[in-house]
Write a protein that binds this ligand. Sequence first.
Ligand code: SAH
Length: 286
Amino acid sequence: MASNPLTFRPHLRDAQIKRENTKLEGLGMIRKPIVSAANSNTRILSGSRNLVGDANRVAQPLEQPNCRISMNIGLNSTRMREVMVERLKEQGITNSKVLDAMLSVPRHAFVDQGLASRAYDDAALPIGYKQTISQPYIVARMVSLALEGATNNRVLEVGAGCGYQTAVLAELYNEVYAIERIKGLYDLGYENLSHMPNTSHIHLIYGDGLKGLPDVAPFDAIVIPAAGLDIPQTLLEQLVIGGRLIVPLGDVRQYLVMFERVSEQRWERTELEQTRFVPLLPGIQS
Ligand code: SAH
């Protein structure tokens, strides 16, 4: 199925860039031992019911998603982000560039007004269509892993959702490509990002991210905030050598997995903490 990439610029919203038709191929990767247990869209800590409970704290999906900037949280939001960043440090996020990016992107502007007061909680929140904005910790964790690869120029995000992580990536990369498969969420992400400064280097695309963007590749990093069972070879081949793909994988139990391309034909797989993400699905939803 062809995707329909759109450069993210309001006046170019309907400008079609290119179609691409890469075939999907499964890849049998060798599992490495788990390095540590724990995280997600919400994070899972073994032995901690509180944090497992994050998923339970997620309110019901919204029928009519509305992610406009909440006015009544505006005055406090800088302070709330500072508190969030302090918490991220306590949770082990050390990359100062990532912490700065998390400090500058207003997460409350990406959730429904009714949830804005919870925007800086350590929780995933519903964004409609049975999808969630990822927990701040897991955004920071995935972006840190991506950024600590060899080079940091161009990134691909598969699963733009409401656009929050896209905005964080835009603070850190010169070129950001973000794909969303659900049209309503693509529209929502587009609307949310259009209120942000610093967006001329974001390319928001409505399409199936499992195909990647072979015409744009290679990417220094590919970040996938949705859980699959395996990752298509075509995506791994869209990494530069030294580049990293970060994705949660698994069914009943999901683990964050990092694939690092170490040569033309070799990818090193590292399995990290346990996570809980919404599913990575093929095709598009209109
Ligand atoms: N980064 C987002 C997280 C959204 S949840 C945020 O901060 O809000 C994950 C998203 O991945 C969902 O919106 C879901 O529709 C999308 N998704 C799942 N499979 C996909 C695919 N094959 N291509 C593109 N998007 C996909």
